[in-house]
Design a binder for this molecule. Structure first.
Ligand SMILES: *Cc1c(COP(=O)(O)O)cnc(C)c1O
Length: 234
C-alpha cells in the first residue's frame, strides 16, 4: 500500500514538472503555451498510473497496441479519457481502432484511411487523424514518404468520417538539440505547404521524452510523452 502511495506522488510530481518544462520552453521559443498539448503515452503502463494522471488533470492518452489498449479502455470507461492510437496499423485491426479511439496519429496509406472511414460507427463523431510521415526516409520505418503526403491528404479530405488534423513523425534518434530540430523543421515545412491546400490542418504531432525542446522550438502542437512521465517501460 505504502509503496503505491509513494509512486502516485512521484507520478503527479513528474506530471507537474513536465507541464512546467513545457511552459518554460514555450516562453523560451515564443510559443503560446496553450497551443502545445500533452499526450501521455501509456503503452505498457498500468491502468492505475493512467488513473492517477487523469485525476491530476491529464485527459489525453496514447496507446500503440490494440489488444492492450482495448483492455485498458474497458477498465477505465468510467473516466472521460480521449484515447489516441499512435502505433502501426494492421488492416485487420482497423475496425477496433475506428470503434474505440478518438484520434489516430499513424495513417500512412490510403487503404488504411479508407477502412477507418468505412468502419467508423455512424453514432460517433468523425475520427481525428494525422498522417504519419517517414521524415528521415528510413527503409524500416512506417509512415508515408513526404512526396506521397499531398495525395494522401487529398484522399482523406474526401472521407466524411475522418477529420484530417495534421502530421505526425518519429525521427531517428539524435542526441544534440540542433540535430534533433532538423527533421522537425522539415516536417513543419511540409505541414505549412499542406496547409495551403487545407487551411484547417492544426496539428503537428511531434516530440517525445528525449526531444521535447527541439519539438517545441520547431512548432509542435502535440507532444507524445511516455518515459518522462511514467518512467521506463518494462
Ligand atoms: C512510445 C512512443 C512515444 C513515447 O515515447 P517516450 O520516449 O517514452 O516518450 C511517442 N510516440 C510514439 C509513436 C511511440 O511509439
Amino acid at each position: 500500500m505504502e509503496s503505491e502511495a509513494i509512486c502516485e506522488v512521484a507520478l503527479s510530481e513528474r506530471l507537474m514538472q513536465l507541464r512546467e518544462t513545457i511552459a518554460d520552453l514555450a516562453v523560451k521559443y515564443h510559443r503560446q503555451p496553450d497551443e502545445i498539448r500533452l499526450l501521455a503515452v501509456s503503452k505498457k503502463h498500468s491502468v492505475n498510473n493512467i488513473r492517477t494522471a487523469y485525476h491530476h488533470g491529464q485527459t489525453a492518452f496514447g496507446e500503440n497496441y490494440v489488444d492492450e489498449a482495448e483492455a485498458k479502455i474497458k477498465i477505465l470507461q468510467d473516466l472521460k479519457i480521449d484515447w489516441h492510437y499512435i502505433g502501426p496499423i494492421q488492416s485487420n485491426k482497423t475496425r477496433r481502432i475506428a470503434e474505440q479511439f478518438m484520434w489516430v496519429h499513424s495513417i500512412d496509406r490510403v487503404k488504411v484511411a479508407q477502412r477507418l472511414n468505412d468502419q467508423r460507427p455512424g453514432h460517433l463523431p468523425p475520427l481525428n487523424v494525422c498522417i504519419q510521415v517517414n521524415i528521415d526516409l528510413e527503409s524500416t520505418k512506417s509512415g508515408a514518404l513526404p512526396e506521397h503526403a499531398l495525395a494522401l491528404v487529398e484522399a482523406i479530405l474526401l472521407m466524411p468520417k475522418l477529420r484530417l488534423r495534421g502530421l505526425m513523425a518519429v525521427p531517428r534518434p539524435r542526441t544534440v538539440l540542433n540535430e534533433q530540430r532538423e527533421p522537425f523543421a522539415r516536417l513543419r515545412q511540409l505541414f505549412e505547404r499542406l496547409k495551403s491546400v487545407e487551411p484547417k490542418l492544426d496539428t503537428l504531432s511531434m516530440g517525445m521524452s528525449a526531444d521535447i525542446e527541439a519539438a517545441i522550438a520547431e512548432g509542435t502542437t502535440m507532444l507524445r510523452v511516455g518515459t518522462a512521465l511514467f518512467g521506463p517501460r518494462v
